[in-house]
Design a binder for this molecule. Structure first.
Ligand code: HEM
Length: 404
């Protein structure tokens, strides 16, 4: 028998009162007995199996394009600004885009930037290691992805600051507080668009060894990206590749600060970096959930989800699913792969396009940090971003360590 989801028996969750850590603990507890719950805007999905099933089912569409409306933001400027992005595209449109751009995001393309990643992280650390203390979030994590994305795209060094601000402001659209920040968001969108158009024009005139040139040249069976699609892809990289990376690094280091034995192990065995990255992202991912809406009536596990129903696969909770990750609440950077990947990069057709680059960034940064920040300890208190943000991490991460 099929039950309408609105009438189905399930617990209700209210995110309003809990901070993010409390929220996670509550959801983790609920997930022991339930695969789904009723939330204020959507139905969170908890188990690994169900998150993967929904993310791989093409009838569930990305909520990226409808999120603002779902959160009750009424502003006519939103409709006129709505553009298809790779994250909101579905069906043949998405398949075509992904086929055209995927080669530019290969592991080989990411590997070429590894020496530069080491240079960037070492440069940032040089400024703080003599004193034996720093705010890792603002001194190291925040600036880290910017030069790398700029180098990837081929944007000049003088523009790094601008990128940093745009990336942060444009991403505010995914926050629960977006309604109050629309002016800032729109300003950043306009500036970023004008900048990107100029960058593309420059590369058309003088091709270089960078992502923009590779996207301009990307072609399959005579098909190419249009100017509008090029702008969208460059923006997707800036938006998708900065705040995610910096917050993931912050989450990972904060986690290591609670596990000094694991930090010392990584310093001694940098070859553990790939495993350490998967484990930190599993245990404490900066992207905790994503959203999908039913593009048609969908029946799943005896429930009917009417067209338009919103679900939020809770990636962070799926990452603690004991049936997939034995002893899931233990943080262990030597954990053997389970054959089922951690979920912080998502799953299905929208699986993170920048995963190879993001993995390389974390794999290069973490062992260098572990080697250079010996005896790392939290110095006071970590301030965390509010639980309303889409991409979570420490606002401030004050640390002490052995000066060097
Ligand atoms: C640790 C860092 C990162 C994390 C945790 C992360 C996480 C994610 C997740 C969860 C998704 C899927 C969202 C969904 O299914 O609704 C996604 C998609 C995406 N990510 Fe990342 N990301 C990271 C870094 C990057 C980087 C460095 C780039 C660019 C170079 C990037 C570009 C993208 C793009 C373009 C998509 C959309 C793909 C599509 O819809 O086909 N991400 N990311």
């Amino acid at each position: 028998m099929t039950t309408l989801v609105t009438e189905a028996d399930m617990p209700t969750v209210d995110f309003a009162f809990a901070d993010a850590h409390e929220q996670r603990a509550q959801l983790e507890l609920l997930s022991k007995e339930n695969w789904i719950a009723r939330g204020p805007f959507a139905y969170p999905i908890f188990t690994y199996e169900d998150c993967v099933a929904i993310l791989r089912d093409k009838r569930w569409h990305s909520a990226a394009s409808v999120l603002a409306e779902v959160m009750g933001i009424q502003d006519e400027r939103l409709a006129s600004r709505r553009r298809e992005s790779i994250l909101s595209a579905e069906g043949d449109v998405h398949t075509r885009l992904r086929r055209l751009v995927a080669p530019s995001f290969s592991p080989r393309a990411a590997d070429r930037l590894r020496p530069f990643m080491r240079e960037v992280i070492n440069g940032l650390l040089d400024a703080v290691t003599p004193s034996g203390r720093c705010d890792l979030a603002t001194d190291v994590c925040d600036p880290y992805p910017i030069p790398i994305i700029c180098e990837l795209l081929g944007a000049p060094k003088k523009d790094w600051e601008l990128f940093s601000v745009w990336a942060e402001d444009v991403l505010r659209i995914f926050n629960a507080t977006a309604a109050e920040e629309l002016d800032v968001i729109f300003k950043a969108q306009d500036e970023l668009e004008a900048y990107t158009l100029q960058l593309i024009a420059d590369r058309r005139n003088s091709p270089a060894d960078d992502l923009i040139t590779s996207l301009i040249a990307a072609e399959e069976a005579g098909d190419k990206l249009s100017e509008e699609e090029l702008v969208m892809m460059v923006q997707a990289v800036i938006v998708g590749g900065t705040d995610t990376t910096r917050n993931q690094l912050g989450c990972s280091v904060a986690l290591f600060a609670e596990h000094p034995d694991q930090w010392a192990l990584l310093a001694e065995c940098p070859e553990l970096a790939p495993k350490a990255v998967e484990e930190t992202m599993r245990y404490f991912g900066a992207v905790r959930s994503t959203g999908r809406f039913a593009s048609e009536d969908i029946e799943y596990k005896g429930m009917l989800f009417p067209k338009g129903t919103l679900v939020t696969p809770a990636l962070a909770i799926a990452n603690r699913d004991d049936s997939v990750f034995p002893d899931a609440t233990t943080f262990d950077i030597t954990r053997e792969p389970s054959g089922q990947p951690q979920m912080t990069f998502g799953s299905g057709i929208h699986y993170c396009l920048g995963a190879a680059l993001a993995r390389a960034e974390q794999q290069e940064a973490l062992p260098i940090l572990a080697r250079r920040l010996r005896n790392m300890k939290i110095d006071g208190e970590i301030t965390w971003k509010p639980s309303t943000v889409a991409i979570y991490g420490p606002e401030n991460l004050p640390l002490t360590f052995d000066p060097s």
